[in-house]
Design a protein around this ligand. Structure first.
Ligand code: ADP
Ligand code: MG
Length: 272
């Protein structure tokens, strides 16, 4: 469905040039949820913006259903980390979800139905006439997800969407992503720097190197579905995958290079 071929992106030129994405190859199949993990600053956002047609790659190409991406494709939707900037504070939840649909040729009743169905999917039916600022951070991010869903994308790009919500809400939002994937059959590319989150959500994980980034390893996550915040995370396979991804990323972080693997692992456990 989505092919990323020899993608490279350099910002600026000459002495000021920053090579963010080196050479990324990745194929995502229909209905798949691929998590992209990598150290901070390695080029994850840059890669996602290139996939979404928001940035023009310096080399290589992105092909969606056989067509090269040059502008944001109609069948794609994006959810970013910063929901507070992505929602319009002066209008209702309903209108926030409705707005992108104005670009689609739809009957008025059909638009309303899509908005209501999307808000139902994220559990916010009761808040349809509230303003975004009347909602908690986690609820605002659910509005952003509803807005993306109402648009009926076949592919959803998410850039660290839950990085700024508390742990409990984050778990709920992760489960929401898995349930909307089931319900809407949408293909998802999910960027995160959180290793547990990547293992919990993904069908496959693409682990990235430092900038200029490349895919260091592609990992199939063969954990049973549906996933469960407690039972899945207790599985020995979950711990094995988590440790594996952690080691790959740790080797990408020079500052942590002198920590023993076990020590470093213990440190992340303490953090989470
Ligand atoms: P990540 O999302 O993995 O943290 P980014 O894609 O945001 O990484 O950034 C990758 C590299 O590109 C970083 O070195 C960053 O400073 C640089 N970068 C990001 N955006 C720009 C920009 N608009 N202009 C110049 N450099 C940028
Ligand atoms: Mg980023």
């Amino acid at each position: 469905m989505l092919e990323i071929r020899h993608l490279g992106k350099t910002y600026g030129s000459g002495e000021r040039a920053t090579r963010a994405v080196g050479d990324v190859d990745l194929t995502v199949t229909e209905g798949e949820l691929v998590c992209v993990v990598g150290p901070s600053g390695c080029g994850k956002t840059t890669l996602l913006k290139c996939i979404g047609g928001l940035l023009r790659p310096t080399s290589g190409e992105v092909v969606l259903r056989g067509r090269r991406v040059t502008d944001p494709p109609e069948e794609m939707a994006l959810v970013f980390q910063d929901y507070s900037r992505s929602l319009m504070p002066w209008t209702s939840v309903r209108n926030n979800v409705l707005l992108p649909l104005r670009h689609k040729k739809l009957a008025r009743a059909e638009r309303s139905r899509l908005v209501e169905e999307a808000l139902d999917a994220v559990g916010l039916t009761r808040f349809i006439d509230h303003y975004p600022w009347q909602l908690s951070g986690g609820m605002q991010q659910r509005v952003a997800i509803a807005r993306a869903l109402a648009y009926q994308p076949s592919i959803l790009l998410m850039d660290e969407p839950f990085a700024s919500v508390d742990a409990q809400t984050r778990g709920d939002l992760e489960d929401l992503v898995l349930s909307v994937r089931e319900r809407f059959g949408v293909t998802i590319v999910f960027v995160t720097h959180d290793i547990d989150e990547s293992v919990y959500l993904a069908d496959r994980i693409a682990v990235l190197t430092h900038a200029p980034t490349e895919v260091k390893e592609l990992i199939a996550v063969d954990l049973p579905s549906p996933r469960d915040q407690i039972a899945t995370k207790e599985l020995p396979d979950f711990a094995r995958l988590r440790a594996h991804v952690y080691r790959l990323i740790k080797r990408e972080r020079p500052a942590a290079g002198d920590l023993a693997d076990e020590e470093a692992l213990a440190a992340t456990r303490a953090e989470t």
